[in-house]
Design a protein around this ligand. Structure first.
Ligand SMILES: Nc1ncnc2c1ncn2[C@@H]1O[C@H](COP(=O)(O)OP(=O)(O)OP(=O)(O)O)[C@@H](O)[C@H]1O
Length: 311
């Protein structure tokens, strides 16, 4: 169960003068959702395209279930990929699109009905795919990726264009695929989408891996021993804590983040000085904070801050 479902090693790829992949190396394991994150242009789509043989790397290897994609017979039964939800024949009904794909791989029409039900498209399946919203196209892409009941799924920005209800559905759906034992690689540049979905995160920047760790490890590292405080007297709390040598910074109305002192010490100082508080707890960084810290130096395009220079 612990073998690598996708294994990418030393991938390099240039497009003219642009280095898209610069030694990309990571593995994706079964039974978990692996988030694949990085700033615009980091190389997420190119890596995924190389894995399924749509782009040829200049160097390095990409294996699915231990074999190069090109050597797989009936590849849809090995790996399902959603790479570009817009790539559809607009005049064809969604059902015919899936039937055509199924027949090309020796799969039955009843399998089409199963994946249509799984992806929640029953009501719209006879409509022309050209009239689908982006969210519906994502569902259709998921249905297509699932056709061959593959042990490996690779989805490029599947949350893109989905409404809040669709995002909640997608999160639960990706989790259920991992619980079934499948390896799920899902790219996104919105950490909020991955926060409650991914078990593991591969963060990339400028064509290479910056971090490859569990979501729990990444957020614990970014938490950095800080303490969150909620108080009706933030000014007084800052005074008391600063006098004791801790650093206190306001993060919102009535909320502070403290560095340089543990939670127990902070609670004791506030109590002793009669500063009321409703919460003192170890700060738990969001995945977004962890991600921003990791990718600070790897952002290719960053808007200039108002009145300042791009960092
Ligand atoms: N066919 C191509 N021709 C030229 N340059 C390309 C091509 N495909 C990708 N690139 C370049 O390679 C780099 C990596 O692009 P890629 O699409 O893989 O990044 P990404 O992480 O998926 O970005 P995004 O989050 O914006 O989708 C970028 O600089 C991009 O402009």
């Amino acid at each position: 169960m612990n073998t690598a479902a996708i294994e990418v090693a030393g991938l390099r790829k240039r497009f003219g003068g642009t280095t898209a992949l610069d030694g990309m190396t990571f593995t994706v394991r079964p039974g978990r959702v692996t988030g694949f994150a990085g700033p615009n242009g980091a190389g997420k789509s190119t890596t995924m395209r190389v894995i399924v043989g749509l782009d040829a790397p200049d160097a390095g290897t990409a294996l699915v279930g231990g074999r190069p994609y090109q050597s797989l017979r009936r590849p849809l039964t090995h790996v399902g990929a959603l790479l570009d939800a817009a790539a559809l024949q607009p005049g064809r009904s969604a059902r015919n699109h899936l039937l055509w794909l199924a027949h090309s791989q020796g799969l039955t029409a009843s399998r089409v009905d199963e994946v249509v039900a799984q992806s929640g498209l029953q009501g719209a399946i006879r409509r022309k795919a050209g009239g689908y919203s982006l969210g519906m196209r994502q569902r259709l892409g998921i249905a297509a990726a699932l056709l061959g009941d593959p042990p490996v799924l690779m989805l490029d920005e599947p949350f893109n264009g989905m409404d809040p209800e669709g995002i909640v559905w997608m999160r639960g759906f990706l989790r259920s695929l991992a619980v079934e034992g499948r390896a799920v690689l899902v790219s996104s540049h919105l950490m909020s989408e991955l926060q409650d979905t991914a078990d593991h995160l591969v963060v990339i920047g400028r064509g290479r891996v910056i971090a490859d760790a569990s979501v729990a490890e990444l957020t614990a590292d970014a938490s950095g021993g800080r303490v969150s405080v909620r108080t009706a007297m933030p000014g007084r709390a800052v005074e008391v804590l600063s006098a004791a040598g801790a650093e206190a910074a306001a993060t919102g109305p009535g909320t502070l983040i403290i560095t340089g002192s543990g939670a127990e010490q902070v609670a004791m100082l506030l109590s002793r000085n009669a500063v009321p508080f409703s919460e003192v707890s170890a700060h738990r960084a969001t995945l977004e904070e962890a991600y921003l810290e990791l990718t600070r130096d790897a952002v290719e395009f960053r808007a200039a801050a108002p009145g300042g220079e791009a960092r």
